[in-house]
Design a protein around this ligand. Structure first.
Ligand code: AQP
Length: 357
């Protein structure tokens, strides 16, 4: 199967986003080193997901054996529209490819296409400590805004542990919001090995600068489910409109007042889309009141539109090839499943379950 397209060429659009400050992993990978990471198809793939995760995935695939999973089973824990889910999965896959995920280097697949994720999650739930699960910050935050609190939301970190351990991943790139979940995975490994014999190694986090892109409301993290985001696929008019409504410096009441770029949402975001000298110039202009908040917003919109243009162009190219994305996802699932089946055979034996026919 030929999966290489211009959209997955080695020159990645990540290079167009200036100020990409994440440190590449310092661990020296061996041929065994395996990275697993996932993203939910729960709505617009936004600049927080890109800057906080996916731009690193593009770099990691150069150094590690990587598996990138569209975690549709995780997305079921939130209220969602089933009719729209297939479209969201395909669009997310298209955007990941457009960002530079290369299906010849990394295995890109959909979680529910590999049923062993659910099987291992159940088994791990018999090992995972209830007390620690109830302390998960993300569970507390998400359950506060959920219509009702389903068990899946509570056991979400156990499914995440299964995602990682099914492929015996050695390294997991974690955002600051996921560190606690990875710690739980390590605890599950210790308990499992202790009870059933050495089976899994504790996966290591790949540390990078903690990055939390805030939403347009300036109060909560940018999040698909909160709708406070700028999507990687937003068109120029939408980007301008969203940024025009974003928060700036609350203490700057009049145009001639000096601004405080260090505490301004719009000025802060600029660093990810413009080179350092341009950022310094804009911040100085704000501080001295040479430019106003409207000018800062226009500068940010221009820079963001220019930075996202190449990703959006690649997305259009991929979409012009009907069936390509499904083909890539099916091939990814086939490769992932071959590994998953091996792990499950070992796990079943450890647990004393009769081999399946
Ligand atoms: N605002 C953010 N800043 C930095 N990184 C972020 N990530 C998410 N939001 C930000 C990182 O993106 C990766 C994929 O996230 P996910 O889809 O698995 O779930 P999430 O962290 O819960 O992201 P959302 O957008 O908030 O999704 P919903 O609203 O569906 O829950 C992760 O590595 C995450 O750290």
């Amino acid at each position: 199967m030929t999966t290489k397209t211009s959209s997955t060429a080695s020159s990645t659009p990540a290079a167009t986003l200036s100020g990409a400050t994440s440190t590449p992993p310092s661990a020296s990978p061996t041929t065994e080193a395996t990275v697993l990471s996932g993203i939910q198809p729960s709505g617009g793939f936004h600049i927080g997901n890109y800057l906080g995760a996916v731009r690193d995935w593009v770099k990691l695939q150069e150094q590690y054996r990587c598996l990138y999973c569209i975690v549709d089973l995780h997305a079921l824990t939130q209220t969602y529209d089933p009719a729209g889910l297939p479209g969201r999965v395909r669009e997310l896959a298209t955007e990941l490819l457009a960002c530079g995920i290369d299906p010849e280097r990394a295995t890109l697949f959909v979680q529910s296409h590999v049923p062993e994720h659910s099987e291992l999650a159940w088994i791990l739930s018999t090992v995972a400590p209830y007390g620690e699960l109830s302390r998960m910050t993300q569970f507390k935050e998400k359950s506060e805004r959920a219509d009702y609190i389903n068990c899946g939301l509570f056991t979400y970190p156990v499914l995440m542990a299964a995602d990682i351990l099914l492929y015996k991943a050695t390294h997991v790139p974690v955002g600051e919001d996921q560190i606690q979940h990875l710690e739980l995975t390590r605890e599950v490994v210790r308990r499992f090995n202790n009870r059933f014999g050495p089976t899994f190694a504790e996966p290591m986090p790949i540390h990078k600068e903690p990055l939390r892109i805030m939403g347009l409301d300036g109060k909560q993290k940018m999040s698909k489910s909160l709708g406070n985001y700028i999507a990687v696929g937003d068109d120029p008019d939408t980007i301008r409109k969203k940024i025009s409504g974003a928060f700036t410096d609350e203490t700057r009441l009049r145009r001639k007042d000096p601004g405080h770029p260090e505490s301004c949402y719009v000025c802060g975001l600029q660093q990810y889309f413009s080179p350092p000298d341009k950022v310094a110039e804009l911040h100085e202009g704000c501080r001295t009141a040479r430019i106003g908040c409207v000018d800062s917003k226009r500068a940010l919109s221009d820079a963001m539109i220019a930075s996202l243009a190449s990703i959006q162009e690649r997305k259009r190219e991929i979409m012009a090839k009907p069936g390509l994305v499904d083909e890539i996802l099916h091939e990814g699932a086939r490769r992932a499943r071959a590994v998953a089946k091996k792990t499950m055979a070992e796990v079943r034996e450890r647990l004393g379950l009769l081999p399946a026919a």
